[in-house]
Design a protein around this ligand. Structure first.
Ligand SMILES: CC(C)(COP(=O)(O)OP(=O)(O)OC[C@H]1O[C@@H](n2cnc3c(N)ncnc32)[C@H](O)[C@@H]1OP(=O)(O)O)[C@@H](O)C(=O)NCCC(=O)NCCS
Length: 163
């Protein structure tokens, strides 16, 4: 049986994370960033105003990661937002769920009161199902909020749960 380990991000992990990021980015169906996003830009995205970030390892290999940061500074900072990704070859093995549950516990432990996802692509069935499974609700829809590489303009969801 494969062992999932979740540990805090280390600087040396960033190249592996960039590889996973590119896998998610390239089909043009999930992340909004430009296809030519560089390692430097990715590092800025992943680390900017980060509150905390953890990686998920399967049998010792980094297969996924998440970061959590405040939605807003100051009076909006009790609401967290987060991003998750799992490499294509490692999907369906429980890493996404383990990362998600870890992030919720960790955010609650750091005093956040709620978590909000701002850009869940409506066609991203795996993500929508995962978030609903762990208690997130769709609280809003942005009509045509994402230009999907194959489907054109598709709706995006705002998803929310109290912690
Ligand atoms: C969404 C994502 C993080 C899920 O990670 P994962 O490791 O494959 O997910 P898990 O194996 O832990 O599955 C957990 C649950 O997610 C849902 N899920 C995962 N893959 C699914 C799929 N292909 N179709 C439908 N539901 C799926 C299921 O509810 C599943 O639980 P179940 O098997 O008990 O029904 C992963 O697909 C991913 O990184 N996708 C690209 C990036 C992304 O979408 N990030 C989130 C942006 S909002």
């Amino acid at each position: 049986m494969s062992a999932i380990v979740i540990r805090e991000l280390q600087g040396a992990d960033m190249r592996a994370l960039f590889g996973i990021f590119k896998e998610v980015l390239e089909p043009g169906d999930i992340f909004p960033y430009p296809l030519d996003t560089t390692f430097l830009k990715f590092s800025e995205i992943w680390l900017a105003e980060k509150s905390f970030s953890y990686v998920g390892l399967l049998d010792g290999v980094i297969c996924g990661a998440y970061y959590v940061k405040p939605q807003w500074p100051g009076r909006g900072s009790h609401v967290a937002t987060a991003t998750y990704m799992v490499g294509t070859a490692a999907r369906g093995k429980g890493i996404g769920l383990a990362l998600a549950e870890h992030s919720i516990d960790a955010a609650r432990g750091r005093g956040y009161r709620a978590m909000q996802f701002n850009l869940v692509i409506s066609t991203n069935k795996a993500a929508v199902k995962l978030w609903q499974k762990i208690g997130f609700q769709i609280i809003g829809t942005v009509p045509g909020g994402f230009e999907h590489a194959e489907l054109g303009f598709v709706d995006t969801y705002l998803m929310y749960r109290f912690l």
